[in-house]
Design a protein around this ligand. Sequence first.
Ligand code: GLN
Length: 486
Amino acid sequence: MELHKLTIHELRDLLKKREVSAVDATRKVLERIDSVDDTIQAFITVDHNKALKQAEEADKLLQSGEGGELCGVPLSIKDVLCTKGIRTTCGSRILETFVPPYDATVVDKLNKSGAVTVGKVAMDEFAMGSTSENCAYRIPKNPWNPEYISGGSSGGSAASVAADECIASLGTDTGGSIRQPASHCGVVGMKPTYGRVSRYGLVAFASSLDQIGPITKDVRDCALLMNVISGYDPKDSTSVKRDVPDYSAALSKGLKGLKIGIPKEYFIQGLDAEVEKAVFNGIDILKEAGAETVEISLPHNDYCVAVYYMIAPAEASSNLARYDGVKYGYRDSSGESLQEMYRNTRSKGFGDEVKRRIVIGTYALSSGYYDAYYKKASQVRTLITEDFSKAYEKCDVIVSPVTPTPAWPIGEKIDDPLSMYLSDILTISANLAGIPGMSVPCGFSSKGLPIGLQFQAAHFQEEKLITTAFNLEQHLDLSPKRPEGL
Ligand code: GLN
């Protein structure tokens, strides 16, 4: 049986019935990585021995009828999440040798549930980018066509799921980095509400925007992973004390009476005609299934790219000050003085995009400019958040494309940061407002590349996203579900 091709819920059922073992499943996934990752380049680190050891432990638990929902399920993890004893590079040379002494809370929760970590996956350096081309080690390829980007910054997560190199993955989303690669790779991705999932052990990019979330083969798996990773954590002061619902229960709800908002500002100039068609086809399917549509407006959406590219670099410049060659990570000792050590370490350790953001962020925060840039951006951020509050008085879920175009060829935009930043226009406002968003496959371009549809909901309304996405998935016959010929 091709165990690596299964979803979490399919594999879990077989594991629970003891028709297959966790070791079998893990071996199959590791073999898959060995056979396709030379092409896909999703993994920075694969630890065969550790994975098989975890699988053996999972089998013992399964044998005794214990073990959580993920017991024995092989997962990949974005390399920005701390994993005790497994190197965590953040896609950066500056952390090339960093082996965390602790697990991120989400990793701890996966472990407690019995999941198996097969490896750490590639990403844009410190999660800054939209294509994963800013990774210092390798560029994960789109499994539907390896000449194309897998998206970013969680490109390795999405590519590893789409190429069946794992059963599911965890990514992070600061401005779209879960939803956008999920969309480009034809898989499901969710960015939860800010505060829903603990960020403890997530290496910070922009602390007020970062969230961890699932990237999965279907919506049912997304709900399953949300059940495991959500919840209050005393180690993260921004995590919210609020009960975690059973997200899987949202799967069985219908769409009758659900109001879907269509924001006129999201169907922008430059939106690819094939993307628009696939999204409206998805909307028609939801209407047939009982949902109503209403037109809504998010009037400050025009400012979201400018606001995000002020706030995110500002926070990043502060967060990245800790990489100075003193405490951990790479150190360049070729200079004579402490100043030279700092300069050489950071010059050699960071890549171009990270340096660009540090320069922008430091400038925006510097005295004399703070009011004009950072403070102004924070004020407009509030207006963007208020737009959403007003919109959710009229609708339950907002629907839109995830990205203005399908994936593009590797290299096409790497020298044009502005056009790269503009490609985030449909995803970043959810992070600015802290609301949850989800990406679900809804079609293919004429080049055979996946197209995703985005749902956004009010704070802590992830269940509505799951209900809507699951109904779409059930009624939409997308074939093939996974890329063929790998
Ligand atoms: N593409 C956006 C950026 O470059 C978002 C990245 C993210 O969500 N981590 O900042």
